[in-house]
Ligand binder design. Structure first.
Ligand SMILES: Nc1ncnc2c1ncn2[C@@H]1O[C@H](COP(=O)(O)OP(=O)(O)OP(=O)(O)O)[C@@H](O)[C@H]1O
Length: 279
């Protein structure tokens, strides 16, 4: 269970996150939606301890993560992996080495500088890449991959650290609908198959609806909606995005309809029946 207890974050006079109070059970797939500036990234960054709350506390499995320091904080950074919009890979480094960087917390500086990794770790990295459908690119430079492939490598790097929670900050914002669908499906798969808690910020409502079992809507730093995709009515969407913001909510959204269209183009075509070749 991840508990966010009455958390507020201020930047000077601006309150980016206001008294947010949430309980997220282990294994839940949560989408956080809201207009630009609603406070979504700030909330995720506080969970990961990239920034600290001004008030309130964050607990994971009963332990207060918002006060961890030193080794305990490094351990939390291993348990709570983060995936970013811009992938944050090392472009000139090969894909496997990028994935190995998920182990940075556990590796000596020298081994990292000389890019020396135990065979078992390399095999595990390749397994994860294969699982995410990018195993064939393992030896290529990260920069040679498409955006969607790079994001899957970034997810592989996150999985390499064997996290309990994966936070994804607008993971599909830079991707076309086809790649967005594949990346969201990858997140959904690791959530379902590994039982990992996945919390992802998303700009558009339909993407959250299609992939997340729980949707949290933020507006001006506050949680204004918390429910299932079915609960997310048009009135709730207005509360989240404001009457003028509904266009933003649906713009470039990867809807379940477009998913089906994409799925048709991605799915292997059935082999044509061979009629004439029979003796
Ligand atoms: N480091 C910072 N310094 C000052 N203000 C900040 C900082 N980070 C965020 N803010 C402010 O906090 C508010 C919330 O920003 P945040 O990035 O969390 O929103 P968001 O919902 O993730 O937006 P977007 O979808 O555009 O990424 C905004 O007003 C933003 O300008």
């Amino acid at each position: 269970m991840l508990e966010i207890r009455n958390v507020t974050r201020r930047f000077g006079a601006n309150t980016a996150v206001k008294s947010v109070d949430l309980r997220i059970p282990t294994g839940q797939m949560v989408g956080i939606i809201g207009a630009s500036g609603a406070g979504k990234s700030t909330l995720l960054r506080m969970i990961n301890r990239l920034i600290d709350p001004s008030e309130g506390s964050i607990l994971f499995e009963g332990r207060e993560v918002s006060s961890l320091k030193g080794k305990a904080l490094r351990s939390w950074h291993r348990d709570c992996a983060m995936v970013f919009q811009q992938f944050n890979l090392v472009p000139r480094l090969d894909v496997v080495s990028n994935v190995m960087h998920g182990l940075l917390n556990e590796r000596s500086t020298l081994a990292t500088i000389f890019n020396v990794w135990p065979r078992a770790d390399i095999l595990r990295a390749i397994d994860i890449l294969e699982r995410l459908g990018v195993g064939d690119h393992a030896v290529k430079r990260a920069e040679a991959l498409s955006g969607g492939q790079q994001q899957r490598v970034a997810i592989a790097r996150a999985l390499m650290q064997q996290p309990k929670v994966v936070l994804a900050d607008e993971p599909i914002a830079s991707l076309d609908p086809r790649n967005a669908q594949i990346v969201m499906q990858s997140l959904r798969d690791i959530n379902r198959q590994d039982g990992l808690t996945v919390i992802t910020n998303l700009h558009t409502l339909d993407t959250a609806r299609a992939f997340c079992e729980r949707i949290i809507g933020m507006s001006a730093g506050e949680v204004v909606f918390d429910g299932t995709p079915e609960d997310l009515t048009e009135a709730a969407a207005r509360r989240i995005y404001g009457a003028d913001g509904l266009d933003e909510a649906f713009s470039e959204s990867v809807t379940s309809t477009s998913f089906n269209a994409v799925r048709e183009t991605v799915a292997p075509k059935p082999e044509p029946e061979v009629l004439a070749a029979q003796p």
